[in-house]
Design a protein around this ligand. Structure first.
Ligand code: 8YV
Length: 309
């Protein structure tokens, strides 16, 4: 049986039901009873960025053999526990890179040019009373990227097309790039106009954007988060935005999704999205096909498409 831990894609659910015994997903009111009833028949778990396979679930499923994540991020899976138990793990890289990078650029433009505010301005009929205020230029602004992996690189290439100088922070300098490297996030934030979180969430990168980084980015700086909410100390970010110590933010992810700090709702220099970076018809179908492909390969003893563990 395959356990889908939460509703994530109708197409994926349909494809799973065609090929496997889909035991169901998180809407069972009594999780413990559900696990007791089905524990010995669950050989695979399908998770995503919201819910995956933590140590508790892995321990409760003695027959678990593979975790196939409908996501590129793996922070909801206890990878060490999977390695310890010989449980395979797959994710859905590459197919979502363009969408996520596109949305990062979209957030930069939306925040700096106040696109969402201007739309509301017109819809409320306020234009009749006068023009909207001047906004800030995007082209040519320095973009600092935390994490120069596939998504970080795709963002860099897009921003370069807007004439933006690119700088980055990574654990080590990347040899084959001419982007400016900074060995600390504070130095990166000090020397860029727009700071983008594009690294994986790990214990080391939790709160990688803390008070010091926010202060370094400053009252004219813009923070873009298309990674994970816990990359940013959200309380510090909200406080800095309310105090005017941070110039603006474009956020697709939050510490406690779907909860979003409502103090942000009235700020014109903040754009808020419901974790939609990979959320296009085309990409989510490709992601689902990779999940299915990995599960089919595993149970047919063929090589996995996108193995992580
Ligand atoms: C999705 C994501 O939001 O790939 C990831 O890590 O965060 C997104 O692609 C999510 O996993 C789909 O439910």
């Amino acid at each position: 049986g395959v356990l889908m831990v939460c509703p994530m894609s109708t197409y994926l659910e349909q494809q799973l039901e065609k090929r496997f015994t889909l035991l169901c997903y998180w809407n069972f009111s009594d999780k413990k009873q559900f696990i007791n009833d089905y524990a010995h028949s669950i050989r695979a778990v399908v998770g995503n960025a919201t819910a995956g396979a933590d140590a508790e679930l892995i321990e409760a499923l003695p027959e678990l053999e593979i975790v196939a994540s409908f996501s590129v991020g793996l922070d909801k899976i206890d990878l060490n526990k999977c390695k310890e138990k010989g449980i395979r793990v797959t994710n859905t890289p590459d197919v979502l890179t363009d969408d996520v990078a596109d949305l990062a650029i979209g957030l930069m433009l939306a925040v700096l040019r106040r696109i969402c505010e201007c739309d509301r301005y017109v819809r409320k009929g306020l234009w009749k009373a006068g023009d909207y205020d001047l906004t800030s230029k995007f082209s040519g602004k320095t973009v600092g990227i935390i994490g120069l992996g596939r998504i970080g690189l795709a963002i860099a290439k897009r921003a370069e097309a807007f004439g933006c100088p690119i700088s980055y922070y990574a654990r080590s300098e990347k040899p084959n790039t001419n982007y400016k490297y900074y060995p600390t996030v504070v130095e990166l934030a000090t020397n860029c106009d727009i700071l983008v979180v594009a690294c994986a969430l790990t214990p080391e990168t939790r709160y990688i954007v803390n008070r010091d980084v926010i202060d370094a980015l400053g009252a004219k700086g813009i923070l873009i988060n298309i990674g994970r909410g816990p990359h940013v100390d959200e309380k510090e970010m909200v406080s800095a935005l309310l105090d005017g110590r941070l110039g603006g933010a474009g956020l697709d992810v939050f510490e406690n999704e779907p909860e979003v700090p409502d103090k942000l709702f009235g700020l014109e220099n903040v754009v808020l999205l419901p974790h939609v970076a990979s959320g296009t018809e085309e990409t989510r179908k490709e992601m689902a096909d990779i999940v299915i492909g990995n599960l089919e390969a595993y149970f047919q003893n063929k090589p996995l498409l996108t193995p992580v563990v």
